[in-house]
Design a protein. Structure first.
Lengths: 245, 403
């Protein structure tokens, strides 16, 4: 299989201090679109894969399928993006930047001035967008909206119920995970409406990984670090807490 | 007083499929309950599906099980049979029968009729499940297909009395060449039991096939024919897979697409198509694998006619494939035959140039770069970066699970 997409050219661009955990979409995320169907791929155990089918609110024939692949680390996400590129029969997919599409840490696009196929990695997330309806739609704008959800600080909510962060700390005990020194991140949060929550963690200079449904920070000797968690509920409202360690 | 048919079991022994039906399910989410036919619940043929393998049932006495009860004054015994209601009896019947015989030879009741058997009712007027033998089944003669059948159930009180009609039962019977192969299985409860939603297509596409190669060839032809309306090679997306992820095939979404829904959209690549051919052939008992060919930097192409395209070109004008995947037999190597529903190669004496004669690769050897014009030289030209870089990768051979 051709390995023409040189991972070393873009691996350095990764957002290493951001980690998205237990991500899900509920329908409010993309303005002008209606979430039609959610299909998790339970059979895939190495990463968390969920497909979301969206339909335009103004034209039912415009549909976009979004595959969200949540990886264990930014490095895993880069490898996963590489694997997905290898599943293209074209020997070299164009980088999104060549069409002035700035999205994710690294992004690739299909043919045409307004690509209907786009895949990008941001931190530990890989996202694949495809126009799947009868009417073809460009997916770059949607990709950017999604990337902002991953990358931006959640906006302060003006209405609705906000999640509650009950605990947020880092265990003192060190653990070795994949030959790296780590410490477990303890997060206790709940939604007063009993709904599910997803988490965005931002470290000042560190990295995070997940394993067996637990979240860890990589320990680096030297300066103290700061870790912020944003906990988002299914209505999009978020709570925030920061710790120094 | 009358006798009522309560239920029929086709798959009455999940440990065997020599004398009864295979274990099947409807799709990933829905089982098929046994008994497959239940009085008052099973109305249409598709409400009562059963599948039989030609090879595994050959030479065996095929049986079903059925149970009954009586109404009115309790009857202690009765003789019961089921006939093909399409066969008229009496002198008029004989005339019609001669005409009908030829039609029935093609369309008739593939399971034949049910041999007369005496049953005994208990004191409450019920029987348990009673085994009945099929007479004159035509499973092997009919070949692969989907057959809707009807049985007119009848009873009589004594050995010489008049036959009284009971219910008319309707069933959908799938006939396949051999027991389904991986990713399909025969493990009760598995979501990889053969799906009738796949059998509906596979059996119709491979209608009449009696061997695995014949079935796989017909499947390949029909999958390629979907290119006229349902699916199309993914030029805009760089030939990306849309129905597979890692080792899993989203068969549910592909079926949705074939039924006129959106599915995962119209675009497909060779991985998708090879997986469809393997999955829809192996449910009929074929033993195909998905396997790849590739080179260090991909490999150059001759002009091809990609699925859904009407233009001979080197795959969307790219000139090369980074890899290609097909449904392949045995070791998936140079000397093994393959089926490729993703593209037509040029079948004439010079596949590198026009004019082009379309050839859909079915059961054709992969071949090498110096020998006769087989698949490899028809796909990739004998130049640097071409045929010699189009190398079989048997290490990639796999069968994707279905979801």
């Amino acid at each position: 299989m051709a390995d023409t997409n040189d991972i070393n050219k873009w691996k350095g661009d990764s957002t290493k201090n951001l980690f998205i955990w237990k991500y899900f979409m509920k329908g409010y995320e993309l303005e002008g679109w209606r979430l039609k169907e959610i299909r998790p791929w339970e059979d895939i155990k190495t990463e968390r894969v969920v497909q979301y089918y969206w339909e335009s609110k103004t034209d039912k024939e415009e549909q976009v399928k979004i595959d969200i692949i949540e990886c264990h680390s930014w490095d895993h996400a880069q490898q996963q993006l590489m694997e997905l590129l290898k599943q293209h029969m074209h020997t070299r997919l164009a980088m999104a930047g060549t069409k002035e599409i700035r999205v994710g840490d690294t992004a690739f696009i299909g043919a045409g001035d307004e690509p209907q196929h786009l895949l990008f990695a941001r931190a530990n997330m890989v996202t694949v967008l495809n126009s799947v309806g009868k009417k073809r739609v460009a997916v770059a704008k949607t990709a950017l909206q999604l990337d902002n959800l991953f990358y931006d600080k959640p906006r302060p909510q003006v209405t609705g119920v906000t999640p509650v962060i009950e605990r947020f700390s880092i265990e003192r005990q060190e653990r070795k995970i994949k030959e790296q020194n780590t410490a477990r991140v303890i997060i206790g949060a709940s939604d007063p409406l009993q709904g599910p929550l997803w988490y965005k963690l931002v470290s000042k200079r560190g990295e995070m990984i997940s394993e067996n449904d637990n979240l860890y920070v990589l320990l680096t000797r030297g300066e103290p670090d700061q870790l912020t968690v944003y906990v988002t509920s299914e209505n999009g409202n978020a709570a925030e807490k920061t710790i120094d360690w | 007083m009358s006798v009522i048919l309560d239920a029929i079991k086709f798959n009455h022994n999940t440990a065997s499929h020599h004398t009864d039906a295979l274990t099947i399910r409807r799709n990933r989410y829905d089982d098929i309950n046994v008994p497959e036919w239940q009085n008052g619940i099973s109305v249409r043929p598709e409400d009562s599906p059963a599948a039989y393998s030609i090879l595994q049932t050959r030479g065996h006495r095929i049986t079903i099980e059925a149970k009954f009860h009586t109404t009115g004054p309790v009857l202690s015994t009765a003789r019961i049979r089921a006939i093909d209601p399409a066969i008229l009896r009496g002198w008029l019947g004989w005339i019609v029968r001669i005409i009908y015989f030829f039609r029935r030879f093609i369309y008739g009741n593939v399971l034949g009729e049910i041999k007369v058997k005496g049953v005994t009712f208990n004191i409450t007027g019920h029987t348990g499940f009673v085994t009945f033998e099929l007479i004159r089944p035509k499973i092997a003669r009919a070949g692969t297909g989907v057959y809707n059948i009807k049985w007119q159930w009848q009873y009589r009180k004594s050995g010489s009395g008049r036959w009284h009609n009971m219910q008319l039962s309707k069933h959908r019977i799938y006939v396949i060449p051999e027991t389904p192969k991986e990713a399909w299985n025969q493990i009760p409860g598995s979501d990889h039991l053969p799906w009738t939603e796949v059998l509906d297509y596979s059996c119709a596409w491979a209608r009449g096939a009696k061997t695995r190669d014949e079935a796989a060839t017909k499947i390949t032809e029909h999958v390629y024919a979907l290119g006229n309306s349902v699916i199309e090679y993914d030029c805009p997306g760089g030939g990306s897979t849309h129905y597979c992820y890692s080792s899993v095939f989203d068969c549910t979404k592909f079926i949705e697409r074939m039924k006129g829904g959106t599915g995962n959209g119209q675009y497909v690549n060779c991985t998708d198509i090879a997986t469809v051919v393997t999955t829809f052939s192996n449910i009929l008992g074929c033993e195909l694998w998905n396997s790849r060919m590739s080179g260090p930097l991909g490999f150059l192409l001759n002009p091809i006619l990609a699925i859904g395209s009407s233009a001979w070109q080197t795959a969307c004008g790219w000139g090369a494939f980074s890899y290609h995947e097909v449904a392949w037999k045995n070791n998936c190597d140079v000397n093994d035959e393959l089926f490729d529903a993703c593209l037509q190669v040029d079948g004439d004496s010079d596949p590198t140039a026009a004019p082009h004669t379309g050839l859909l690769p079915t059961n054709i050897k992969f071949g090498d770069c110096s020998g006769p014009l087989l698949y490899r030289l028809r796909l990739s030209p004998p130049v640097a970066g071409g045929c010699t870089d189009c190398i079989p990768d048997p290490g990639s051979k796999r069968r994707r699970t279905v979801k």
